[in-house]
Design a protein around this ligand. Structure first.
Ligand SMILES: Cc1cc2nc3c(=O)[nH]c(=O)nc-3n(C[C@H](O)[C@H](O)[C@H](O)COP(=O)(O)O)c2cc1C
Length: 344
């Protein structure tokens, strides 16, 4: 993408020491930290995965990055029927990230299983399929098929930011509808880990997080993109054909860190529900910050447009950081930035 100039991480302005409690006990000298982490019953070799929609179906990136060094691969959204998506422009660079309105373009479930699953299987890492839908049946059909028939798929991530065709609201902004959706999918998904990807476009993300957990989610991922807009001052029209899009990248990171920490403190920790965090992760410092906020794993999206192999640097940096802090496992870091100030 010509002229793509994402802002560097703000980690330099806020050294990790300022976030990290001094009380972490050092591990025995010479111990190599383990990057293994758990997302429900799914064990990952490391906590770094792709964010849905930013690494295609894997084959597009295979020549540019050692994808088998990811903790898991998350596909773009796969719907029951193929979708062309929105007209262009579908993507626009912003000062510290990007706006997209791809419109969930994808080849549909049938072609995905025939053409893309063999490549995912060859990667030898867990594959997580992101599933969109416009009715409860859409989600249930795709999730149940993958759970029953596609062994390489180890996790289903429900993208609940799609508009519901029946009432126009997205499932992700209405806790009641979200609960109904997750409960319906839960009944049909047994083998794979059921992850609900939360929308940040709500007044309090802890409320939708609780609805997803109460309805049976095994894990939560957050955040999806923030609804936003860019206007071309010469044409005096919105830049994106869809008019609005979703903002991602470094611009959203501090808000995403806050939301992850809020969900962790309010509902996830006490229910032992792991969080996959995303929103502006570019460096190992960003990943460490999200894990300290409460995440058990992180996903990288927009940063892949700058460096498709960034996960390798993130893992290396996390490992060195843990060794420096005397930590032996990721679990020692999860949520270390603080405990709730008020009882929940
Ligand atoms: C180009 C693009 C396409 C995306 N497509 C999807 C998608 O198909 N499904 C989905 O759940 N999220 C999608 N997302 C959202 C990302 O998975 C992620 O939640 C968001 O971008 C925040 O992470 P980041 O700041 O690291 O990019 C997309 C994001 C981008 C930038």
């Amino acid at each position: 993408m010509p002229g793509f100039t994402l802002f560097p991480s703000t980690a330099k302005l806020l050294p990790m020491e300022q976030h990290t409690p001094s009380a972490i006990a050092p591990s025995p000298v010479g111990t190599t930290p383990s990057l293994k982490t758990l997302v429900g019953k799914l064990e990952l070799a490391n906590p770094v995965m792709t964010a849905s929609g930013t690494c295609g179906y894997a084959d597009e990136y295979a020549d540019f990055a050692p994808l088998s060094q990811l903790g898991a691969f998350v596909t773009k959204s796969i719907s029951r029927q193929p979708r062309l998506g929105n007209e262009s422009y579908r993507v626009v660079e912003t000062r510290a990230g990007m706006l997209n309105a791809i419109g969930l373009a994808n080849i549909g479930l049938e072609r995905f299983v025939k053409e893309k699953v063999p490549r995912l299987a060859a990667m030898n890492i867990p594959a997580i399929v992101n599933v969109p839908g416009w009715s409860i049946e859409d989600y249930v059909d795709v999730a149940a098929y993958l759970d029953e028939h596609v062994p390489v798929v180890r996790g289903i991530e429900l993208n609940v930011s799609c508009p519901n065709v029946k009432n126009g609201l997205s499932f992700g902004t209405d806790p009641l509808r979200l609960g109904e959706l997750v409960a319906a999918v839960r009944k049909r998904v047994q083998r794979t880990v059921l992850i609900v990807k939360l929308s940040p476009n709500v007044a309090d993300i802890a409320i939708t997080a609780k609805a997803a957990i109460d309805a049976g989610a095994d894990a939560l991922s957050l955040v999806n993109t923030f609804t936003a807009m860019a206007i071309d001052i010469e044409t005096q029209k919105p830049v994106l054909a869809n008019e609005t899009g979703g903002l991602s990248g470094p611009a959203i990171k501090p808000i995403a860190v806050f939301m992850v920490n809020r969900v962790y403190r309010q509902v996830a920790a006490k229910n032992h529900i792991p969080i996959i965090a995303m929103g502006g992760v570019q460096t190992w410092q960003d990943a460490a910050e999200f894990i300290l906020a409460g995440a058990s794993a992180v996903a990288v999206g927009t940063a892949l447009f700058v460096n498709p192999a960034v996960h390798v640097d993130i893992c290396r940096g996390l490992s060195a950081y843990m060794a420096r802090k005397g930590l032996t496992q990721i679990a020692d870091l999860v949520g270390r930035c603080g405990t709730p100030k008020t009882p929940n």
